[in-house]
Design a protein around this ligand. Structure first.
Ligand code: ATP
Length: 279
């Protein structure tokens, strides 16, 4: 559904995104996982045309983004990292405004707002000013606003950054529902668990370049499913094994404290880049 070819963004001498190539299939939940400054937001901004690209192509269903821009933009819903709701307007008014901007008729606007407020469980707060909402409520409202005009592709830039653990879980449940409904989603995150929990496939991004891309399971398989953590000359070392049995056999020969645990995407990232994703 979305094809990105050699997508590049330069800010002066800094290459924020460097010849990025990826393809997201219809109905897929795709995650771009990387540390701060990796180029995730810049990628999302280029796809949503908020930032001009320096080079490369963005293609949605065989149509290049450069052509017929107004129609193409209607196919995308975007949830930016920062709150850009109208805080002095109610939840209903925020959604209504978006519907008007996207040329929706009054009747379909009303129906859609009711549906979406029900979906995010905020129907009872529809006439309250957004400034009285919690961070999690605002983020959910931003998602419903992005879904107002029924886009084919939803871009979510760090949807749970700054939320507490309970609000993050609640957001994941909401995103899982969208996933079950078959919406195509591109999500950026620096939370390992978020990528592992939600994403069908994950692209690991570092320094503006895509390091590796696959399902979380296959990425983990590539480095080894189990890790043995142990001390070696005062340093913590981690060795990877395909099976728990292999890990246990290795650990049995070691002196001192050892720990065997399943590998995660953080391990994959460190192994491939020598850096942490963070978060
Ligand atoms: N408007 C800008 N002008 C100059 N440099 C920029 C601009 N926006 C981003 N950058 C730089 O581009 C690089 C990628 O930034 P980007 O915001 O895309 O990273 P990110 O992976 O989204 O990180 P974060 O999660 O912290 O937002 C960084 O080095 C950043 O400093």
């Amino acid at each position: 559904m979305l094809i990105i070819n050699d997508l590049t963004k330069k800010y002066g001498s800094l290459t924020a995104v460097d010849k990025l190539n990826m393809e997201i299939k219809k109905g897929e939940f795709f995650g771009l996982l990387g540390p701060n400054g990796a180029g995730k937001t810049t990628t999302v901004k280029m796809i949503s045309t908020l930032t001009p690209k320096t080079d490369g192509d963005i293609i949605i269903d065989n149509n290049k983004m450069d052509r017929n821009l107004t129609a193409m933009k209607k196919r995308i819903g975007i949830v930016p990292q920062q709150n850009n709701l109208e805080n002095e307007m109610t939840a209903w008014e925020n959604l209504e405004l978006h519907g008007c901007l996207y040329g929706m008729e009054k009747g379909s606007r009303r129906k859609r707002i009711e549906e979406l407020l029900d979906f995010i469980k905020l129907s009872d707060r529809s006439n309250d000013l957004v400034r009285t909402f919690s961070g999690g409520m605002k983020r959910k409202l931003m998602i419903s606003r992005a879904l107002m005009h029924q886009p084919d592709l939803l871009l979510l830039d760090e949807p749970t950054v700054g939320l507490d653990a309970a609000a993050r879980r609640s957001m994941w449940n909401l995103l899982k529902k969208l996933k079950n409904e078959g919406l195509t989603v591109l999500l950026t995150t620096h939370y390992i668990e978020e990528a592992e929990t939600l994403c069908d496939r994950v692209g690991l991004i570092n320094g503006g370049s895509l390091v590796e891309m696959d399902t979380p399971e296959k990425l983990i398989e590539k480095v080894g499913n189990f890790v043995v953590e142990y001390f070696d000359n005062g340093e913590i070392r981690e060795d990877f094994f395909d099976t728990r049995r292999d890990a246990a056999m290795f650990a049995a020969d070691l002196k001192g404290d050892t720990k065997i645990r399943p590998s995660n995407l953080e391990d994959v990232f460190i192994k491939l880049t020598n850096e942490r994703v963070g978060g």
